[in-house]
Design a protein around this ligand. Structure first.
Ligand SMILES: C[S@@+](CC[C@H](N)C(=O)[O-])C[C@H]1O[C@@H](n2cnc3c(N)ncnc32)[C@H](O)[C@@H]1O
Length: 263
């Protein structure tokens, strides 16, 4: 199922998304349609003491939309996959929770984000976190090898969300968890918004209607265990804010469990 099959030039979209997140990696101090960095992370609920334990430069380029690591409850020894890991904030926090006996693989398609996260992991001696180039619709990870898939602010950017949820189910062991924060909308967005690649790259244009988003996760073989609104997330440009007010574009965090027999 593609979200907007006829209207959106997905090749152009991919390049726009890469261009935007290249900027977020290299120049996080620039202005975007959305907030970035440590003040955002703290407002969303990331504990300051946890942020103090990971590379500050990763947090500078943090562009997540909600806190969900309490839902993920990553235990020592677990294998974690971060879909759209960006500069690595959630991956580094997950690596601390998984400990030396665990591991984290971050997957992202933007070269500058991967380079930044990889360099920071090396500098910090974070041996249990690695970053791989790939698409979240087809992550380069062994099927059934992961205990917990995490993702923050990314799946809304994919034109094929069903493929992302199916890929998450495929890499998880039976009973494994999917914990994420993402952007959804109360109403179906009109073409003027869904075909605006700049609004799409800013995490608005690709927002799926909330109930359809939940249905897509369930259709991939997950049971939703918890879902909450992240009222502290805001878009900041006027254009982005107008679209979000009009169509009820909001951030949610959720936890789902892969059923023993994935469909
Ligand atoms: C909003 S940023 C979030 C990054 C990170 N999760 C964070 O919280 O800072 C979205 C990230 O997803 C990546 N991305 C978007 N679509 C992708 C796709 N289809 N496959 C792989 N990576 C993707 C972008 O390159 C970018 O780094």
């Amino acid at each position: 199922m593609t979200t907007t099959e006829r209207q959106l030039d997905t090749a152009d979209l991919t390049e726009r998304v890469k261009g935007m997140y290249q900027e977020v990696a290299l120049h996080p101090e620039h202005d975007f349609h959305f907030e970035t960095g440590r003040p955002l992370a703290e407002r969303l609920g990331y504990p300051a003491a946890d942020l103090d334990r990971i590379p500050a430069a990763a947090i500078d380029s943090f562009a997540g939309v909600g806190y969900f690591l309490d839902l993920a409850a990553i235990a020592p020894g677990e294998a974690v996959l971060d879909l759209g890991s960006g500069s690595g904030t959630d991956s580094f926090l997950a690596a601390l929770a998984a400990g030396e006996a665990g591991s984290v693989i971050g997957v992202d398609m933007t070269a500058e984000q991967l380079t930044k996260a990889t360099d920071l992991a090396a500098d910090a001696g974070s041996a249990n976190a690695e970053f791989r180039e790939g698409q979240i619709e087809e992550p380069p990870v062994e099927p059934g090898s992961i205990d917990c898939v995490i993702s923050n602010g990314v799946i809304n950017l994919s034109p094929d969300k069903a493929a992302v949820f199916a890929a998450a189910a495929a890499v998880l062991r039976p009973g494994g968890r999917l914990a994420l924060a993402d952007i959804v909308s109360a109403k179906q967005l009109p073409e003027g918004v869904t075909c605006d690649a700049s609004l799409w790259a800013a995490c608005i244009g690709g927002a799926m209607q909330r109930d359809l988003y939940v249905e897509a996760i369930e259709a991939a073989g997950f049971e939703i265990l918890e879902l909450r609104d992240n009222n502290r997330y805001r878009f900041i440009s006027d254009r982005a804010d107008n679209a979000t007010q009009k169509y009820g574009v909001t951030s949610i965090s959720l936890l789902a469990r892969r059923q023993e027999e994935s469909r």
